[in-house]
Design a protein around this ligand. Structure first.
Ligand code: F6P
Length: 422
């Protein structure tokens, strides 16, 4: 009889895991349904237990439990991904979803987990940050433990994570993060964990995806800052130097600079000619402009100069104050510096990032459903695809100095680090 119940459930596509969560009315309706099939309530109960114990799968994936984690620096749109995964997992496949908090910390110490359901993710779509917390420390393969005497011991706790993955009853893990998180995710995959990756960074420097969510929001914030600097620069006849994020890449500086109508855009991919930059500003003033806007990526560097040396001595040293100092020293104009910093990472995601995060999240859940593990979601052209995580690891996408975007900027007369035709 039990087997008959199983067969019946499968053919009716009934999710027995959901029974415990059904209201009495639906339970009653289902029992009635079985009754009309001449089955007794004990039969249904035994069938249910059997299905639960054996994790019987309907539609290939019935009864799965998946984990989600967010690692690395936050990016607007993370919550959109989490929400899309949870909704797809719960609504479409009736899986259990567990949030693993603070990157892989939650797999090292399982007190940092939370059950995710539709109620939990309600209202998070427009929110920045990540409801699961994140960290850019805490690699389980090189985990730093603080000793009582203040020293640190580095240990490989990945086996502990594997054990916890099992003990939590997880069937798959969706890891959302940048290249660091993807490298860790790949290592877990090689240890046998079924994983799917979702790329994230405001820097947009991941090779295999055309765009990452968070980038559009960061560019929007930086463009808004340029718009605001324009009005005060114009009022005071000043040169404004704005420094934006991007780690080793100039994408945010370039796109925000062009969108905001900057006069100079200095990015790490084109070490800038300081004398040419100063000449450009001098000429601009000489031609009647009363202000100037320069946007520098945080990793922008000048090309070697005969007398002036830029040295990035500490993490806190950044290129904008140095460049502003050069402008002040050589041109004797009024200069102010703004370092936009983490404002670019904060706040709610733009519509573009909400959409991209949502599409990534749904696709990640579908990859789990199809058991396509070891893969990472991507945007290629206008389509959501996926590639092996190894294709993304360690490959940085930088601005091409001879690419269309730089040519667009230079065609507008924006100084991008090298001499422009007069
Ligand atoms: O990778 C994202 C990013 O915001 C970079 O643009 C920036 O260099 C870095 O993270 C800042 O990291 P943190 O938040 O640890 O200071």
């Amino acid at each position: 009889m039990i087997f008959f119940v199983m067969e019946l459930c499968i053919s009716l596509n009934i999710n027995i895991f959901l029974l415990k969560e059904l209201c009495f009315f639906r339970l009653f309706v289902q029992i009635e349904l079985f009754h009309t099939m001449s089955l007794s309530v004990p039969d249904i109960f035994l069938g249910t237990c059997f299905l639960k114990v054996s994790k019987c799968r309907i539609n290939g994936r019935f009864g799965m439990r998946i984990g989600i984690t967010t690692g690395g620096g936050d990016a607007p749109g993370l919550n959109a991904v989490i929400r899309a995964v949870v909704k797809t997992a719960r609504r479409k496949y009736h899986w259990d979803v567990i949030g693993i908090e603070d990157g892989f910390h939650g797999l090292i110490d399982t007190r940092h987990i939370v059950k995710l359901d539709e109620a939990f993710v309600r209202g998070i779509l427009p929110k920045g940050g990540t409801i699961l917390g994140t960290t850019n420390r805490g690699n389980p393969f090189e985990y730093d433990y603080k000793n009582l005497d203040g020293t640190t011991t580095t240990l490989d706790v990945s086996d502990k994570c594997m054990e916890n993955f099992e003990s939590l009853g997880l069937d798959a893990l969706i890891a959302i993060g940048g290249d660091g998180t993807m490298a860790i995710t790949q290592k877990f995959f090689e240890k046998g964990m079924p994983v799917v990756g979702v790329p994230k960074t405001i820097d947009n420097d991941l090779m295999v995806t055309d765009v990452t969510f968070g980038f559009n929001t960061a560019v929007t914030t930086a463009t808004d800052a340029i718009d605001k600097l324009h009005t005060t620069a114009e009022a005071h006849h000043r040169t404004m130097v704005l420094e934006v994020m991007g780690r080793d890449a100039g994408w945010i500086a370039l796109e925000a600079g062009v969108s905001g109508g900057a006069d100079l855009i200095l990015i790490p991919e084109i070490p800038y000619d300081l004398d040419a930059a100063l000449k450009y500003i001098r000429t601009r003033y000489a031609r009647g402009s009363t202000f100037c806007i320069a946007v520098l990526a945080e990793a922008a560097v000048p090309a070697p100069h005969p007398t002036e040396t830029y040295e990035k001595r500490r993490d806190t040293d950044s290129p904008a104050p140095w460049f502003a100092g050069m402008v002040r020293k050589h041109l004797n104009v009024d200069v102010r510096t703004t370092i936009l910093g983490h404002l670019q990472r904060g706040g709610g995601p733009t519509c573009f990032d909400r959409m991209l995060g949502t599409r990534f999240g749904v696709h990640a859940a579908e990859l789990v459903k199809e058991e396509k593990f070891g893969r990472m979601v991507t945007l290629q052209g206008r389509s959501i695809n996926d590639v092996l995580i190894t294709e993304a690891a360690g490959k940085q996408k930088l601005v091409n100095p001879e690419g269309e975007l730089i040519h667009t900027a230079e065609a507008l007369g924006i100084f991008c680090g090298r001499k422009l035709l007069d």
